[in-house]
Design a protein around this ligand. Structure first.
Ligand SMILES: *[C@@H]1O[C@H](CO)[C@@H](O)[C@H](O)[C@H]1NC(C)=O
Ligand SMILES: *[C@@H]1O[C@H](CO)[C@@H](O)[C@H](O)[C@H]1NC(C)=O
Ligand SMILES: *[C@@H]1O[C@H](CO)[C@@H](O)[C@H](O)[C@H]1NC(C)=O
Ligand SMILES: *[C@@H]1O[C@H](CO)[C@@H](O)[C@H](O)[C@H]1NC(C)=O
Ligand SMILES: *[C@@H]1O[C@H](CO)[C@@H](O)[C@H](O)[C@H]1NC(C)=O
Ligand SMILES: *[C@@H]1O[C@H](CO)[C@@H](O)[C@H](O)[C@H]1NC(C)=O
Length: 271
């Protein structure tokens, strides 16, 4: 199934000159990109539960030499890869169907919603290593409780809507949302469902690597119930001018690089 429907609210702009750049749902068939995911510079995972089943959310961050044409000298790209892991060799479809006690003729609806902009300095700093995946510190009790109250019916398409109580913490650049267990999904663990790639830059420029390793990553998984998961690869205290925060993007918005970093290309396909 190719080009499955993807919904995004807020600021979502395709950046045509480099289709590999930005927020991408689905896996990639690019060799350098896939290889980078196998050999990341740094990786962090957190456990979480959906229903009575244990899952792991992992973020791999890699800086590597792109294998596509570029005019940049000594080119490098930073990509962060989002992976969902579960035990056993059952497909995602069957795993979610069992978790939700669906009957044989029902296909599970399972979505991932991801904030596609950077988050504020306080949201980043309010996530603590001890939170171990829990979003309460970063997003606040009200937001997390309201998210967990959100339920969906089968057959309703994935939606980027989030509760009002989350707005000022999450809605900085819009939310991207895509179905993960579409009919026909036979994916087993680990499942690479999303990645963010930087533009090509010259070796030594560490801004996007710092951005990806230090920022708060948030994924809201939703089936019948909703499960927010948060992770920071490194949880160093960040300042307002850190490339990991929306503050830095605002400060340097005169800079073309950051304008392009704010732009978002979204595609979705199932491998
Ligand atoms: C990679 O996937 C894209 C999109 O599905 C396709 O257009 C392209 O031909 C594929 N490239 C290779 C090398 O398989
Ligand atoms: C990431 O790993 C590659 C390959 O080992 C290395 O060349 C690069 O310097 C590393 N980047 C960072 C930021 O650590
Ligand atoms: C899931 O994780 C919890 C907490 O880590 C653990 O107590 C429980 O035994 C695990 N359940 C399964 C089915 O592995
Ligand atoms: C990359 O550049 C080379 C040399 O200019 C060219 O021969 C090749 O077709 C280009 N490849 C792509 C995928 O654009
Ligand atoms: C997905 O799961 C449902 C429920 O278990 C099942 O009826 C359906 O055939 C599955 N689809 C695929 C492609 O595995
Ligand atoms: C990033 O680069 C700057 C300037 O070259 C350097 O001062 C800083 O230590 C580097 N940070 C990391 C985390 O590599």
């Amino acid at each position: 199934m190719k080009n499955t429907l993807l919904l995004a609210s807020g600021f979502a702009v395709a950046y045509a000159a480099d289709s590999r750049y930005g927020n991408i749902f689905g896996s990639s068939n690019d060799t350098a990109l896939m290889n980078a995911n196998q050999h990341p510079n740094i990786s962090k995972s957190v456990p979480f539960q959906m229903g009575d089943k244990n899952f792991t959310f992992r973020v791999n961050v890699a800086e590597y030499i792109p294998d596509w044409n570029t005019t940049v000298q000594n080119p490098r790209v930073t990509t962060s890869f989002y992976e969902l892991e579960w035990s056993g060799d059952t497909s995602l479809n069957d795993t979610i169907a069992a978790m939700e006690s669906l009957s044989d003729n029902q296909s599970p609806r399972f979505c991932a919603s991801i904030p596609i902009g950077l988050l504020s300095v306080s949201v980043n700093n309010d996530y603590d290593e001890k939170d171990d995946g829990d979003c309460t510190g970063a997003l606040g009790k009200d937001c997390v409780n309201d998210l967990k109250q959100m339920g969906y019916d089968q057959g309703v398409s994935c939606s980027p809507d989030i509760p009002k109580s989350c707005d000022f913490r999450l809605e900085t650049g819009g939310i991207g949302s895509a179905p993960l267990a579409a009919q026909g999904e036979t994916q087993t663990s680990p499942f690479n469902f999303f990645h963010w790639s930087s533009l090509v830059y010259t070796v030594g420029n560490n801004e996007t690597y710092i951005r990806e390793t230090e920022r708060l990553h948030v994924v809201i998984f939703s089936g019948k119930d909703t499960y927010p998961v948060c992770l920071r690869v490194k949880d160093d205290h960040v300042s307002k001018s850190s490339p990991a925060t929306s503050g830095a993007a605002a400060i340097s918005s005169r800079d073309m690089t950051w304008k392009m970093l704010m732009a978002v290309a979204i595609a979705f396909w199932l491998a």
